[in-house]
Write a protein that binds this ligand. Structure first.
Ligand code: GDG
Length: 451
């Protein structure tokens, strides 16, 4: 079998990665082997013009450093101050500086230069996410001819959002160099088709085939999954910690999200506030544990969401807390992965309420971690890619705090039979469409793509 070469913005060199992509790719490469290339996380003034290889994993890893300027312009700038807000329907949070696009192009060109000498005839190249859209085109310029696929982990913007980008047609030029474009949800494929048709002279040849700038590109939906078996085992291993439920003395609702404005954390807190205001009998009976590790902290929009979240948690706690009970526990740092499994398992309600989200792995992890005999209830935003398949969750509109508060109440009061039925159906989907299924399905489609 030909070698798999995966490229992503970031490669984890330590423990406890807390981004969805990194967790999923690590799980995928552990089974297939191959080479994973990405940014080391180190910024230095004079980075080496060669990849650094690292030993000690089931697959080969190679990393590169960035200059502080590259990191500012490519990563914090174009990737996370332009593309991320646009793809999550928040063009109002976009910050455009001319050097961002230059830096984005420059870093992609450099990654291609570092990678090309290590590529072999027959490699399958799998490029991940919005930071690397131009990479296939740059590799093609260096003579790489083999199959190159892209998988987008976040939503693809529709025509109105795409039109807010600095130079919308360039996005489609970048994408035209791939053989296969993978999206999380049908919604994203539909947006891609509509945006390509409205902003370029792309032609849609069939449901999955497009002609852009004389190149034939295939596109499909490949919903990402988790390593369900190992997550179930981890959660069962954490059974000991079931005692926590009695320690806290109240029903726990849990949220786990990087502290990102797309995740709907303030909306979740407000809904919890309405719940407590409207049902005083819940005093001391229910608490919300929010784990929200920091992310992209030097981008202003992230400083704002942190302030808003902390302020809101403080206000709600001030309004409702008793000497024995703090309604919201807010943890603003990463916690170890095995502890996470135990905490999901102890929580009666899993709160996944993003305003926009490619998939959302937390929804799947929460389901996998439950005790099937006495499972908790998943509340899931209709704007998460996960909602397309996880229809047995309580599906809500996160913008409507009343609807969300009502779902919280319904989840807390849900009879055991109904909880079991919903959980069994959700778990089946999570186990069937796990991360192994995702990477195998994607790579099979890449092998069949017209090229
Ligand atoms: C992007 C897309 C898509 C979180 N806090 C801690 C921690 N985490 C782990 C979770 C989960 C992962 O990070 C987060 O994944 P999500 O999918 O929820 O979200 P993004 O990071 O935004 O991921 C997303 C994903 O890519 C994959 O394609 O689903 O839509 O936005 O695994 O458990 N892990 C640890 N400590 C924490 O405090 N150890």
């Amino acid at each position: 079998m030909s070698r798999l070469v995966a490229v992503s913005n970031r490669i984890p060199l330590g423990d406890n990665p807390s981004g969805g992509l990194v967790v999923a790719l690590q799980d995928a490469l552990r089974t297939s082997g191959g080479l994973w290339v990405g940014f080391s996380g180190e910024t230095v003034e004079d980075p080496a013009e060669a990849l650094a290889f690292h030993e000690g994993a089931a697959f080969q890893r190679a990393s590169f450093d960035l200059t502080p300027q590259d990191h500012d312009e490519y990563y914090l700038g174009y990737s996370n101050s332009v593309l991320w807000p646009v793809c999550h329907g928040r063009a109002d949070l976009m910050r455009i500086l001319p050097e961002y696009l230059d830096g984005y192009r420059r870093v992609n060109e450099r990654i291609a230069r570092l990678l090309a000498p290590h590529l072999r005839e027959g490699d399958r190249i799998w490029i991940h996410d919005y930071q690397l859209f131009p990479l296939a085109g740059e590799l093609r310029k260096l003579g790489v001819r083999g199959p190159i696929g892209h998988f987008l982990h976040i939503p693809f913007p529709g025509p109105a959002d795409c039109a807010t980008l600095p130079n919308p047609p360039e996005l489609f030029e970048w994408l035209s160099h791939y053989d296969l474009l993978g999206f999380q949800a049908q919604r994203d494929l539909d947006n891609f088709a509509a945006s390509a048709r409205s902003l370029t002279d792309a032609e849609q040849v069939s449901d999955h085939d497009f002609r852009i700038a004389d190149r034939h590109i295939r596109a499909g939906v490949f919903p990402i999954g988790i390593d369900a078996d190992s997550f179930v085992a981890e959660a069962e291993g954490a059974r000991e910690e079931d005692r926590m439920r009695s320690l806290t003395g109240s029903q726990m609702m849990i949220g786990v999200d990087r502290l990102d404005y797309s995740k709907g954390i303030p909306q979740r807190f407000r809904a919890f506030q309405y719940l407590l205001e409207n049902d005083p009998s819940l005093t001391e009976q229910v608490m919300l544990l929010q784990i929200a590790p920091p992310t992209r902290e030097s981008v202003e929009a992230y400083q704002q969401i942190r302030e808003e979240t902390e302020h809101l948690a403080g206000r709600i706690n001030g309004q409702f807390a008793t000497v024995n009970w703090t309604p919201i526990r807010f943890i603003h740092r990463p916690i170890p992965r095995n502890e996470l499994a135990g905490l999901y398992r102890q929580s009666r309600v899993g709160l996944v309420t993003p305003l926009a989200d490619g998939m959302n792995l937390v929804a799947k992890e929460y389901v996998a971690a439950q005790n099937a005999a006495d499972p908790g209830v998943l509340i899931l935003s209709r704007f998460a890619g996960a909602a397309e398949a996880m229809t047995e969750a309580l599906i809500i509109n996160p913008h409507d705090p009343w609807e969300l508060a009502q779902a919280m109440q319904q989840a807390i009061a849900m009879p055991l039979d109904e909880r079991r039925d919903r959980h069994a159906a959700l778990l089946r989907g999570v186990v069937e469409q796990d991360v192994g299924w995702w990477s195998a399905t994607y790579l099979r489609a890449l092998a069949q793509a017209p090229g």
